[in-house]
Design a binder for this molecule. Structure first.
Ligand code: PLP
Length: 361
């Protein structure tokens, strides 16, 4: 069986090493005679797996000690709602900077709980840039300021952390976590669904400055309370053990490969290859994002018409390049170049793009 290069935006490609280890351990984890997925989350075996995953993730992302790392069941959208419940008083203002689809989703999740103030909005510009920091209108007394570090659909990414002094900065890093070094201390909270750079879907990571966990927030059940999860090492109820285990293997793989500095180099090289091919195509391929805001993780691009787009999707799949169809809301094509996609995958895509243009341009 040949594995293809998988450009899916998420759930996304995982390192083959990780999948092989999971396969090898599926029936008998570490000589226990049972799969890790069959063991109690309170037993020494899984507790060890969980603690190692947290320690490795802290090392990978250089998470300071005054930050809690939570492993939460479910996706990033759930975290988006929990932000308001945990950190904003009822009706308090929360500032949102919208740079694409996921920033809008984040707002939708908190509308029932907070007074949303859109501090800047990239939509009038077609989500082709990050609204410049000087143009943000931040509120006095906001509970937090929310940004989307990388917009998975529109392909726009912050390069560097914006300076925010009015309130803690909260960031959705779902599609770019661990893709390059980030100074966690500049953020009050970072969250990410795991299914792009960290492993499988079904688990999210929340990295939060511990002092923020003292905020009263809004009336809510204990299960929606980050402080309760932190107090119980993310085992308030039965956690998604299989996902946590796979996440741990993926994080360990990233450390073994050289950590976030190494992935920053690889991701810069992969994205430079693909943007280079687009820009050298004389307009046959188009990416409309302002160069300074171009995402290294997700590259949406367009062909002159829908017939060519459909042909590209079909032929690229036949050539072993999977999931290049663009998101339905923007159309066209999209290449996601997460950490587990090797440089050879980006090179194979670029070779295919050149060949396709020669035959159809
Ligand atoms: C940047 C970003 N935020 C949030 C989400 C939503 O994540 P989930 O489907 O895990 O709730 C996604 C999903 O692709 C995403 O890319």
């Amino acid at each position: 069986m040949a594995r293809v290069y998988n450009f899916s935006a998420g759930p996304a490609t995982l390192p083959e090493t990780v999948l092989r280890q999971a396969q090898a351990e599926m029936l008998d984890w570490n000589g226990v005679g049972a799969s890790i997925v069959e063991l109690s989350h309170r037993g020494a075996e899984f507790m060890g797996v969980a603690a190692q995953a947290e320690a490795d993730l802290r090392r990978l992302l250089s998470v300071p000690d005054d930050y809690a790392v939570l492993f939460m069941a479910g996706g990033a959208t759930t975290q988006q709602a929990l932000l308001a419940l945990n950190f904003a008083a009822p009706g308090q203002t929360a500032d949102y900077v919208v740079s694409g689809h996921w920033g809008k989703t984040a707002i939708r999740q908190v509308k029932p709980y907070v007074d949303v103030h859109v501090a800047a909005d990239g939509e009038p510009g077609g989500f082709r840039h990050i609204p410049p920091r000087e143009a943000w209108s931040l509120s006095e007394g906001a509970a937090y300021v929310h940004i989307t570090a990388n917009e998975t659909i529109h392909g726009v990414e912050y390069r560097g952390t914006p300076q925010v002094d009015t309130a803690p900065l909260f960031a959705d890093f779902s599609s770019s976590i661990a893709s390059e070094p980030v100074d966690v201390s500049r953020y009050g909270l970072i969250y990410a669904g795991a299914q792009k750079n960290l492993g499988p879907v079904g688990i999210s990571v929340v990295i939060v400055r511990r002092e923020l966990l003292q905020r009263a927030g809004q009336p809510r059940a204990d299960i929606f309370t980050y402080a309760s999860h932190a107090a119980r090492d993310s085992m308030l109820n039965t956690p998604p053990t299989w996902n946590w285990y796979l996440l741990g293997l993926t994080v360990k793989w990233m450390l073994d490969e050289g950590g976030v500095e190494e992935f920053a180099r690889r991701n810069a090289a992969k994205s430079a290859l693909v943007y280079g091919a687009i820009d050298a195509s004389g307009g046959f391929y188009r990416n409309e994002v302002a160069p300074a805001a171009r995402s290294r993780m997700n590259i949406p691009f367009f062909l002159p018409d829908d017939t060519l787009t459909a042909r590209f999707v079909g032929e690229s799949k036949a050539a072993g390049l999977l999931a290049l169809k663009g998101h339905k809301s923007v159309g066209g094509l999209r290449a996601s170049l997460y950490n587990a996609l090797p440089l050879e995958g980006a090179q194979a895509l670029v070779d295919f793009m050149r060949d396709f243009q020669q035959r159809n341009g």
